[in-house]
Design a protein around this ligand. Structure first.
Ligand SMILES: N[C@@H](CCC[C@H](N)C(=O)O)C(=O)O
Length: 335
């Protein structure tokens, strides 16, 4: 699996104003998964010209609605990337078109998939009672189902997502060494060894010894990764917290994580990042490490499970908090 740059050519840029061709307003919904927040757009027929500028304007926390990303629901058959997905899974009729807050296109968003599923339920396009949802992403098909909220977690609804096959791009040598990169983080005195993990998009994970170091890291500046990842990377800082037993009797690992997301900056959660963090700590721990991990992020807790078939599952909440009408003339005024 590679994290090739996602194509941008499907998104036409209107000129001169960045206004969708279908009108002067846009119906959107605001949602989040463990406070990784998104502006959601129902564009089933692919009528909206979702330019990078429009994404930045919607995601702007002062002049727009605000979000770490923008998610568009579009019929898979309307996008070239969707055709690839439909060839793999004809049931994946809806495509998650994911954009980072800076307007860049990303292959995948783990928290976004759950929020996308909640949004499809809201739109009447999926009923969890009917069984699993297959959806398209630029990283391939993802499968979602509703699952019980674990004991002790104050969320109303959880979804579990099969996030597909994960890999260590550096191969056996990186697994053996436990690292294939160095990362300099502002606020921390020395560069740290880190491990690259691909979960459909690129991640670089470094372990810190304690929570004081985690708190000291300054993620207002992007960490510097060496060698420079060809398509950029998301950087996760993790503190392993050991193992515990759930009320159901399962032994799980636990980690605390902060993240600097490619195309965004520090966010309060990253689902693919949580998968990468748990998988890196599990790799470092070696044989006998748990398959199930709880990942505590500033915005809540998600669960990551390494599956026997080489896939990884991510479970966590999804919340829709508002429906809004965006005045596109006002949104773009003065820019
Ligand atoms: N927050 C997302 C990841 C979004 C994409 C990422 N910033 C990238 O560019 O790869 C998640 O929950 O996984």
């Amino acid at each position: 699996m590679t994290s090739a740059p996602a194509p941008t050519s499907t998104v036409a840029t209107p000129a001169p104003a960045e206004v969708p061709s279908h009108g002067a307003t846009l119906q959107v919904t605001k949602g989040h998964g463990t406070q990784n927040d998104f502006v959601l757009l129902d564009d089933r027929t692919g009528a909206v010209e979702l330019s990078a500028a429009l994404v930045r304007e919607l995601a702007d926390r002062r002049a727009g609605l605000g979000g770490d990303g923008v998610i568009r629901v579009v019929a898979s058959e309307r996008l070239p990337e969707g055709a690839v997905v439909l060839a793999e899974e004809p049931a994946a009729t809806w495509f998650m078109d994911y954009r980072n807050a800076d307007g860049s296109v990303a292959e995948m968003c783990g928290n976004g998939v759950r929020v996308f599923a909640a949004y499809l339920e809201r739109l009447g396009l999926w009923d969890a009672a009917d069984g699993e949802l297959a959806l398209g992403t630029r990283a391939g098909v993802r499968r979602v189902r509703r699952v019980p909220v674990p004991a002790g977690i104050p969320d109303d609804v959880w979804y579990a997502v099969d996030m597909g096959r994960w890999s260590v791009p550096g191969g056996a040598a990186a697994v053996e060494a436990g690292a294939d990169a160095d990362v300099e983080v502002a606020g921390l005195p020395v560069a740290r060894a880190a491990l690259s993990i691909d979960v459909g998009n690129p991640h670089t994970v470094l372990a810190l010894p304690d929570e004081a170091e985690l708190a000291a890291a300054d993620l207002t500046r992007a960490p510097v990764v060496t060698p420079v990842p060809p398509y950029g990377t998301n950087v996760e800082l993790v503190v392993p917290l050991g193992e515990e037993r759930t009320p159901e009797g399962t032994v799980v690992g636990r980690v605390r994580m902060r993240v600097h997301e490619r195309g965004v900056g520090e966010t309060r959660s990253c689902g693919t990042g949580a998968c990468a963090a748990a998988l890196a700590v599990r790799t470092w721990a070696g044989a006998g490490a748990p398959d199930e991990w709880l990942v505590d992020v500033p915005g809540g807790t998600v669960r990551v499970t390494a599956l026997p078939d080489g896939h990884v599952e991510l479970a966590g909440p999804a919340v829709l908090v508002a429906d809004a009408t965006v005045d596109l003339t006002a949104l773009t005024a003065g820019r």
